[in-house]
Design a protein. Structure first.
Ligand SMILES: Nc1ncnc2c1ncn2[C@@H]1O[C@H](COP(=O)(O)OP(=O)(O)OP(=O)(O)O)[C@@H](O)[C@H]1O
Length: 366
């Protein structure tokens, strides 16, 4: 097992990178601690596979270092890194039995056959593959094949980490949740550092204790699912996590008041001071739909809005409202009345985040 450190790491596929856009990984420092269950979450093209391939040694980074337990491994080939990588599509030998597929990585290392048997039986048991051990891999269905592929990663007890690159893509939706739980169980049992790449927030939060959110080649936040939800560090995390994503309003101060476009916003002094002291033109106020209070009648600090429409999602509704032309989403629970035509919205100040150049800034203390 290993702690994996990425030190001043950057990678460009271009020979002569000139701008930040030429980098698939922009300079970053990051640590995957030993034994953690992590997810690497981000949209297509943000650099997730590039990062995994750099860790496993399939790709040499253009800049910076990869360290395993403090030792630089940049020049070590993949086979000497003891990293298991599970890809989107199962990597197995079709003509071999499931047993021989699982045994393969160990036999390759000349492990004594008694030990091979012990490990294969243990891994098959965890993955519920014992009844299939004698079957040829080509006769398995897609999820069984992917389980064999995962098993080949788990079977060696010298692996430093297992990297999963969207491993459930080819799996039937009904079986996905089962395999995700299985992976979690495996992590508890083997305590191996696991990094699970996905673009699906649900997959990330059911598997991982901590999630690294990647955007445009950078890890913009590394935190628990709750931290990502409650205090997104970057506007992208706010948009990407949660359903629907966070509301962001461009804000300025004029004549001692806060405005979003032409709409005045009722916010407290701390929020006002935070906006007033920002030195950039790109200042946004962020609030989650779940944290906006929705009232049927005027209330103190409530802002009158036009209700455009509401989406009934069974146990709650999402109200789409317009505040002087600014669109807002607010969540209304099933025991509340969903407003029609008009409503008054309140932004509790402790739930407001302030974002300058897309990164969250601390609000001044009172
Ligand atoms: N071999 C390559 N040569 C040139 N550019 C590449 C290569 N592989 C990836 N890229 C580019 O690097 C960037 C990051 O790609 P990467 O595959 O790491 O992203 P990703 O987050 O894993 O995306 P996906 O979820 O679609 O696999 C993208 O702009 C992609 O087009």
């Amino acid at each position: 097992m290993a702690e994996i450190t990425l030190k001043s790491l950057a990678h460009s596929y271009s020979k002569n990178p000139a701008t930040a856009q030429d980098y698939a990984i922009r300079e970053m420092n990051h640590v995957w601690h030993q034994g953690g269950a992590y997810a690497l979450l981000g949209p297509s093209g943000c650099g997730k596979s590039t990062m995994l391939n750099i860790i496993s040694g399939l790709l040499e980074p253009s800049n910076g270092e990869v360290l395993f337990d403090g030792k630089v491994v940049n020049s070590l080939p993949p086979e000497e890194r003891n990293i298991a990588q599970v890809f989107q599509f199962p990597v197995i030998y079709d003509t071999m039995t499931v047993y021989d597929n699982l045994a393969f990585p160990l036999r390759n290392m000349k492990t004594p056959e008694a030990r091979v048997h012990e490990r294969v039986m243990e891994v098959a048991d965890v993955l519920e593959l014992t009844p299939q051990l004698k079957r040829k891999a080509k006769n398995l269905n897609a999820d069984e094949k992917q389980k064999v592929s995962m098993g080949r990663g788990l079977v060696r007890d010298d692996v430093s980490a297992i990297l999963f690159d969207e491993p459930l893509t080819v799996i039937d939706p009904q079986l996905k949740w089962k395999l995700r739980r299985k992976l979690k169980e495996i992590h508890h049992r083997f305590r191996i550092t696991m990094v699970y790449v996905t673009h699906d927030q649900l997959e990330a939060s059911t598997f991982a204790d901590k999630i690294a959110v990647m955007y445009e080649g950078q890890v913009v936040q590394f935190g628990t699912p709750r931290e990502l939800f409650e205090t997104p560090n970057h506007t992208f995390v706010g948009y990407f996590i949660g359903s629907p994503g966070m509301n962001f309003l461009d804000v300025t101060v004029r004549d001692g008041k806060v405005f979003s476009g032409e709409a005045p916003l009722l916010v407290d002094k701390r929020v006002y001071d935070g906006i007033a002291r920002a030195t950039s033109d790109n200042v946004k106020l962020g609030i989650r739909p779940e944290f906006i209070e929705v009232h049927q009648e005027p209330v103190e600090d409530g802002m009158a809005v036009k209700v455009e429409h509401a989406q009934d999602l069974g146990t709650y509704s999402i109200v789409y409202a317009s505040l002087g032309g600014i669109s807002l989403k607010a969540r209304v629970e099933e025991d509340q009345i969903t407003p029609v035509d008009k409503a008054w919205l309140r932004f509790p100040s402790e739930k407001i985040g302030l974002y300058v150049d897309d990164f969250r800034v601390e609000l001044p203390h009172e």
